[in-house]
Design a protein around this ligand. Structure first.
Ligand SMILES: Cc1cc2nc3c(=O)[nH]c(=O)nc-3n(C[C@H](O)[C@H](O)[C@H](O)COP(=O)(O)O)c2cc1C
Length: 139
């Protein structure tokens, strides 16, 4: 069964550029093997990640990610069965928090600050649907 899981968490301590690079590199390496695709956003010290793939793999990955000390306060925001992937060819895309992406953040988060914890499931789905095509990606 194909599912998607969306969660948010807060960066723990001071997260350097190398930490983000490491996370992305590990994600690309492992997700290809496990058939997981998705997107990771980092803005205002908050991670927002959408993972998609086989239900067992997505669950296992989420539990591994929870043990990572580089973040805290995890909250599942959306979990559902899907019929097709949104990020079909991306083992993990990183969305930059560039000024030009801010409008998309604001449109869906409804506040000046990016706050995925307070977003409705419909807004989250709208956000991920829009960013696939319309934002700048870092890698
Ligand atoms: C916010 C966040 C998102 C992450 N996303 C993924 C991911 O999608 N896939 C993955 O394998 N690891 C991800 N990680 C890293 C894992 O927690 C873990 O460090 C990594 O999978 C270990 O890989 P390794 O055993 O190959 O070194 C993420 C970590 C954080 C903090």
């Amino acid at each position: 069964m194909l599912v998607q899981l969306t969660y948010a968490s807060r960066t723990a301590g001071i997260l350097g550029a190398n930490d983000v690079k490491d996370i992305l590199a590990a994600s690309k390496r492992n997700n290809v093997l496990n058939g997981v695709t998705g997107a990771l956003c980092l803005n205002n010290g908050i991670f927002l990640q959408q993972l998609e793939g086989d239900k067992t793999e997505v669950n296992a990955l989420y539990h591994r990610i929870l043990r990572d000390e580089r973040h805290r306060d995890p909250a599942i925001l959306d979990f559902s069965e899907i019929t097709q992937r949104r990020f079909g060819s991306w083992s993990m895309g990183l969305l930059s928090s560039l000024e030009e992406n801010r409008q998309v953040f604001q449109k869906y988060s409804g506040s000046r600050d990016f706050d995925p914890y307070g977003m409705s499931i419909a807004s989250l789905r709208g956000f991920f649907g829009e960013i696939v095509d319309n934002v700048r990606w870092l890698g």
